[in-house]
Design a binder for this molecule. Structure first.
Ligand code: U87
Length: 289
């Protein structure tokens, strides 16, 4: 049994050796999937979920208190936000960088960490222009789109590091990567189901990243529904664990989280552009027990 697990994980790692960040960004982060003039486009939907999650206040009591004194932040707060399996993308931390003082990006592949470093060092060499993303999130925050330069500066200021990660390890990050109490919030987009050989490995990985999070901390999880493969580059076919909503809820419960809210987006026909067979996208906000 142990051996079977390792083989599945090793086979996934082998698939990723040919991952092509430039192609991947073209496939998933340009129109139609990233069309900011279309409410039913995938990326604007993801950005709206993240904006709400990082800025909302849940309980009525907190709302009333917020009304009387602007002391109380949203219920997602703290110092350190960690993004699990960032890939070559930044969209997933454009709201969180205004709420957390420290943001840690992580990925399994050096080619993706390099892509992120290119943006961080602002020396060109990026395979995607994130300006429209920065402008869109400024608008969600009620700011002028021209404030995107301020948001870019804020993001470059709070990103503390870009580290290797393997969610299949009980300790996914280097031992000294995080303070002993753990992170205050985790965000992870399209990672776990895209790197796990089966549902059991997906659920184990949820448990492994949970160990990086302080009790009471929040997990913001975005993922694919009904997907069995995607292309990580020309001819680079990567298997995916096909998930449904019930399995996502069960796996979160099994690995020690309390689900706060689950939202689901169903792909319109013209978002099915042949780079995968995904049918839906879920957004889960959960808290570690
Ligand atoms: C993103 N977060 O684009 N441990 O949101 C940790 C690993 C491991 C490992 C590989 C998959 C993309 C999904 C980023 C990147 C997410 N990556 C790393 C893709 C599939 C649906 C869809 C997609 C994207 C690996 C956008 C949209 C849709 C990748 C990352 C997975 N089809 N991390 N053991 N092995 N990784 O290097 O960067 O996981 Cl809209 Cl619909």
């Amino acid at each position: 049994m142990e051996e079977k697990k390792e083989n599945g994980v090793a086979a996934m790692a082998a698939c990723y050796q040919r991952f092509d960040p430039a192609a991947y960004l073209q496939y998933n982060y340009t129109p139609p999937r990233a069309d900011f003039d279309r409410k039913d486009s995938i990326v604007p939907w993801k950005l709206a979920c993240l904006h709400r999650a990082f800025n909302e206040v849940h309980s009525l009591l907190l709302r009333v208190l917020l009304l009387f004194s602007l002391l109380f932040p949203g219920d997602v707060s703290g110092e350190l936000l960690v993004d699990i399996g960032s890939g070559p993308t930044l969209y997933q931390v454009l709201s969180g960088c205004e709420v957390f003082d420290k943001v840690l990006l992580t990925d399994f592949l050096e080619v993706n960490r390099q892509e992120l470093r290119h943006w961080l060092q602002d020396e060109g060499g990026c395979n995607l222009d994130w300006t429209p993303y920065l402008q869109h999130v400024c608008k969600l925050e009620g700011r002028r789109p021209s404030d995107w330069t301020k948001k870019a500066a804020k993001l470059r200021q709070v990103i503390t590091d870009i580290l290797p990660i393997d969610v299949h390890r009980p300790q996914p990050l280097a031992r000294d990567a995080l303070p002993s109490v753990g992170a205050d919030c985790l965000v992870s987009c399209f990672c776990l189901e895209s790197v796990s050989p089966d549902l059991a490995a997906f659920t184990r990985a949820l448990g492994h990243i949970g160990r990086l999070l302080r009790p009471g901390g929040h997990l913001l999880l975005i993922g694919a529904l009904g997907e069995s493969y995607y292309f990580g580059g020309p001819g680079v076919k990567i298997p995916v664990v096909p998930l449904n909503e019930a399995q996502v809820c069960d796996s979160l419960k099994e690995s020690g989280y309390t689900l706060i809210r689950l939202e689901v987006y169903t792909l319109p026909q013209d978002m099915r552009v042949g780079v995968d067979d995904v049918t839906g996208v879920f957004f889960a906000k959960a808290r570690k027990d």
